[in-house]
Design a protein around this ligand. Structure first.
Ligand code: NAD
Length: 310
């Protein structure tokens, strides 16, 4: 297996930890997806059977401030990757899409054929890439493409060796909350307490990152059946409010999380959660970890690595 990353939002140490956990050797090449020459060399050298394409910028707020960075990195980066795959006759890919492609959903739970419509540049890059992949497969039906629309991945590997290590201020709830609990930050801001939800705070579908990882293995298996383009939600089907997450974290870890309710954040939908049945049916994939486990594992990672990988 070869891992390729430009290290713009990651650390090589995470790959050492992966090797430690799995006992397997991993080849790493530092490369930007926009570096066509180096990418071509990597494919020529290693001739992989399939690509699992996670690389991309992913902060919604940042994408609204710097949209061109997002289009260039995510869309042009993926186009370059696909061109290089074509040149090397490698036509199996699993792509990390996101529930942001559904925008502000009118009906819940969200199934794969719910209306699409991104409400920010980040989501638009995911939609554009999805379309690019679908068009490519129409032009050459020997491509097999799995599009996985993740909901809200949280948690960490059970060993506490690998976990979320955002550079700068975390923009997601779980890493922010664990940094508050470990004393790195003073308090958590909860954006909006007046949404039409059970307790006024936003509801999301949190899913354990290990369940997400297992979804990729199932998707790769499915690609060997030559399915063409397949699209699946990776979520649990359970919506949890921000306050429920805080209380669950406090109950499962014994840590207090000081928080305050502040103004809504522009662009946040009140409730977003998946209908995950298609993935269960097609991929034989079902998430196995509940909220408690997600909180415990996030906390173990944070405690073992208060400064992330550094
Ligand atoms: N974390 C989430 O909540 C979430 C939800 C839905 C979808 N996704 C998608 O899943 C994927 C992985 O997300 P993550 O949370 O692990 O994010 P991450 O930032 O940890 O991982 C993305 C990786 O891509 C690398 N990268 C970015 N641009 C690159 C480029 N041009 N060339 C080479 N490497 C590049 C970064 O260094 C980073 O290691 C992303 O595509 C993201 O959009 C994430």
């Amino acid at each position: 297996m070869v891992a390729v990353d430009n290290l713009s939002n990651s650390s090589k140490e995470s790959l050492n930890r992966v090797q430690k956990i799995t006992g397997k050797t991993l080849t790493f090449v530092q490369c930007d997806l926009l570096d066509r020459a180096l990418l071509g060399q990597i494919f020529a050298d290693y001739q992989p059977d399939a690509v699992v394409h996670f690389a991309g910028l992913k902060a919604v707020g940042e994408s609204m401030v710097n949209p061109l960075d997002y289009y260039k990195n995510n869309v042009c980066g993926t186009a370059t990757l696909l061109e290089v795959m074509v040149e090397n006759s490698i036509k199996n890919i699993v792509f990390s899409s996101s529930c942001t492609v559904y925008g502000a959903p009118k009906n819940l739970p969200i199934s794969e054929n719910s209306p699409l419509g991104a409400v920010n540049p980040y989501g638009q890059t995911k939609l554009t890439i999805e379309q690019m992949l679908k068009d490519l497969q129409v032009s050459d039906t020997s491509w097999n493409i799995s599009i996985l629309r993740y909901f809200n991945p949280v948690g960490a590997h059970q060993s506490g060796e690998i976990g979320e290590n955002p550079s700068g201020t975390p923009t997601n709830l779980m890493p922010y909350m664990t940094q508050v609990a470990v004393g790195e930050r003073k308090e958590l801001s909860v954006f909006g307490g007046d949404y039409p939800t059970k307790d006024g705070t936003c509801v999301r579908d949190y899913i354990h990152v290990v369940d997400v990882a297992k979804g990729h293995l199932k998707a790769l298996e499915k690609l060997s059946e030559n399915p063409g383009v397949i699209i699946h939600n990776l979520g649990t089907g359970q919506g949890h409010s921000v306050l429920e997450i805080i209380h669950s974290f406090e109950a499962s870890t014994g840590q207090k999380v000081p928080y305050k309710i502040v103004d809504r954040r522009p662009g946040d939908a009140a409730s977003v959660y998946a209908n995950p049945q298609l993935a269960e049916l097609d991929l034989k994939w079902k998430p196995s970890s509940g909220l408690r486990r997600m909180c415990e594992d996030s906390w173990r990672w944070q405690l073992k690595n208060p400064k992330g990988y550094s």
